[in-house]
Every structure is written in C-alpha cells, then in structure tokens.
Write a protein that binds this ligand. Sequence first.
Ligand code: MN
Length: 520
Amino acid sequence: MSDKSVTSGYIREAYKGEKLPKKVRVFDTTMRDGDQTPGVSFTIEQKLRLAKQLDKLGVDTIEAGTPIASEGERKAIKEIVKAGLKTEICALARPKKEDVDAALATGVDCVHVFISTSDIHLKYILKKSRKEILDQAVEFVEYVKDHGAKVEFSAMDASRTDLDYLKQILQATVKAGADRINVPDTVGVITPKAMHGLIKELRPVIKVPISVHCHDDLGLAVANTLAAVEAGADQIHGTINGLGERAGNASIEEVIMALHTLYGIKTNVNTKLLVETSELVQRLTGIPVPPNKAIVGSNAFSHAAGIHAHGVLEFPGTYEPISPETVGHIRRLGLGKLTGKHSVVKHLTSIGIKPDRKQALEITRKVKELGDKGKEVTELDLLAIAESVLGALPKEEKTVELKEVTVTTGSTITPTASVWVSVKGEERKNSATGVGPVDAAINAIWGAVSEISNLKLKEYHLDAITGGSNALAEVTVKFEDEKGNLYIAKGVKEDVVLASVDAMVNGINRYFSVRKLKQT
Ligand code: MN
C-alpha cells in the first residue's frame, strides 16, 4: 500500500506477515446467476450486448448461461462464442450427458460442471449417496476434458458440505482434469472467518486455482468473497450490481474495488468502465440500483453535509476513499439543508456568479431554508435564490424554440414524430421514429439539436398531476453534459407528448444559459 493511500492505516498492521495474492481472476456470472434474478430474463440480443461490454470491462470469464435450459439460451451462447471476444466464455451444466452435450455444442471455452455435495441437498434433492455423486462428477469432468474444453467444477452448497468429503470430491475432480474448482456459499450461510478457515483447509490439498461464489442472503457476499481471497482463493465469482438468485451474488464492482483499493490486489478489469457497465445492466434488466449502492449508486460520490463538501473541496481524500474517475463516476456536491457556504460558492463560481461573503451567507441561508421544507434544491432553485439576493442575472437564453410538433402512432404503424424548431435563430425540421410517440418526439428533437449539444438524457419521469384521462402530465428530464453537470427541467401539459417535448426544450435551453453564464 502506498503512502498516498487514503485507506485505513490499520490495514498494514492487520496483514503483516501474510501472503496475499498479487492478482485474482474475475469470473462474471451476471448472465447466468444474474439471469436467475426474480423478474430478469435476458434476451439473445441483450446477452450479446452485455457480453461485449463485459469483454471490454476486462473480466476473465463470462458465464454466458445454461445451454440445457432453452433454445434461446443455446442460441445466445453460440452468438457470444461467434463474436470472437478475448474473454473466456463459459456455460453451466449438471454432470449429465444432455447438459454437457448441450454446453459443448455451443462451442464455449469452458464448461462449469456443478453438483450439490452437502448432505442436506443429497438427501432432499439428489437422493443419492456421496459415493454416487463423486463418481458422477468425475465421469463428466473427464467427459468434458475428452471433448477438449476446460472445466470449472463447483461443489454446490460447499459451505454446508462435510469437509473431508468436500476435499475428497474436489481432489477427485482435479485428478479427473478439472482446471479450476469453485467453492460456492450457495445459500449465503457462512461468515468471513469461517470462509477464511474453509479455503485455508482446501488450499494445500488443491493443486489448481480455487474460486469462490458467494450469495448475499445475509448481506455478507462481498465480505465472504474477500475473506476467501485473503486465505488464498485465486478467482472470485460475482455479478454486476450484485444481481442473482434471491438476494443475489457478491457485487462484482464492490469486490473488485475493495481488492484494488484496500488490498492492493490487481485484476484485469478496467475499473473506469464499472459505472457504464452497471448502467447498461440496469437498463437491460429494468432493475435500478439504490442511490446509496457502493461504487455505482448515484450518491456514491455525492457530498451533502457542508463539512464533508468543504473537506472534499480542500482535498478529496478527506472523505473519498477512491476518486470517482477511477470507476467512471462523478463527484457531486448536493444542495440542501446540510449545505455549507463553501459548496454554494463553488456551485455559483462554476457558473460565473461571484457573490461576496455576505451575499454567499444569505444565499446559503435560503438554500437551507428550502432544504428544511423537505425539498431537493436543484441548480435551478439555486439560481433563483441567487437572483433574489444579487439582483437580475443574465436572462435565460432561448437557444431552441419549438414551432410545431406532430406525431402519428397506432397499433400497426411505427410511431413517427416531426418537429419544426428554431435553433439559434435558424429553422430546422426533423423526423424520427421511436417505440412510442413520446420516444419518437424526443428522438426528433435530439436529431434537430445534435450538432450543438453533447447532452445525454439520464432520466425521464412522467407524473399525472391530477386524476382522470384529462390529467395534467408533468414530465421531468435530467440531462448530463460532458463534464457531468446535471440539468433538470420540467414540462407540464395535458398532452404527454407536448409535455415531454417542452421538458426537453427547456432542459436544452437551461444547458445553454448556464454555459453562457460560465463564459461571461
Ligand atoms: Mn449461485
């Protein structure tokens, strides 16, 4: 650990004399265990897209799915194999001929053969003896090896398996040719200390890389995974955003960042792509991560309290264990009742407004007052407050003005929108299609302004303000510019398409006004 480290000094003391691995392999199972998340079912196109992203991210193995499960699974895995990625592609199979044949037929590099080894699973699920299970595992590890693929063998429910039997079956599969063995805490019932002890027991008798696969039923998946690495595990299983069966698997981004930051253990992962990958998985699955999720949550690098914001402005290491750029995130200083003068001044100077000390105090007081009313204070609110204290600010620019918008939609035609706008005084017409009329209208607006802005639409939110089909629709959009600044704008109309277009136009104008302020 370097002297510049902003992590705890107690770490060095705690690991004195211990031999930690220099590097661990990362085995991503977002598309297999993550696909078992209640409510998630990746399509073929989604799997291919995600595989390409995971390859770019730099994980060492992508577990692409379970070929025996369905025709779609087999097709998706074949497509991924065909894509020629540099990452190892793996598929899951029980030690049964039909499973293994289906896996081999996809052309994967590696077959992940698994079978339960705990007495509770043997008794209630498999209804077989330990000897029968061992023989079955060995037979199919050999079978895969005979067909030229690699094997990772998992002793399912290993954390509840008799230690002597676990050693016996793992050694037997290694002898049969298994390239790696995996120790799953399938039900999430082990503690970090016990996991450490288990891997310490296995390490001397297993001559191939040892992997761990932890579930988060008691919120310990990441801690148990790290404990296994401390004890000598060579590979970790995990999923993006911690998706997976029940409470999910170890969140791969958390494990990776803990390894890099706290242990100085390397992986092949390009951590700068972690947030981007997390966002893709959120979009594909429709499962957003909570804002306070470590590493990738929207608040992971937001500082609300005045004391914290002040500290971070002086030296980020005061309150940030890792810098947001390391994972492709953005630092934000939130505004609200806990905001201090330093944050307010920082926000205002970044948009070209320089209040004196007294004015800054007054603006801060008003920001707190608004925050006390339970409101999130947006940049728009801050500008309104600044204006009330400092007098007139430069007028909001109307860079983009909407002249007309028409949409056609129906059950048998592709929704299409045409817009007529004036952009910096120049009239433009543009048409686009979309999945619905709102999407088409938004695409048409984007097309019309694409040359003048690099904005990204981060959020789109629709509320019906009053009941009934004639309700007012309130659309909120959140844009992000190339520097990560956020612009929130609203549009309110009886018509959802018009409200959406209004919100878009307001947001784009807001961006240009703020940019102009910064230049003056
Ligand atoms: Mn699992």
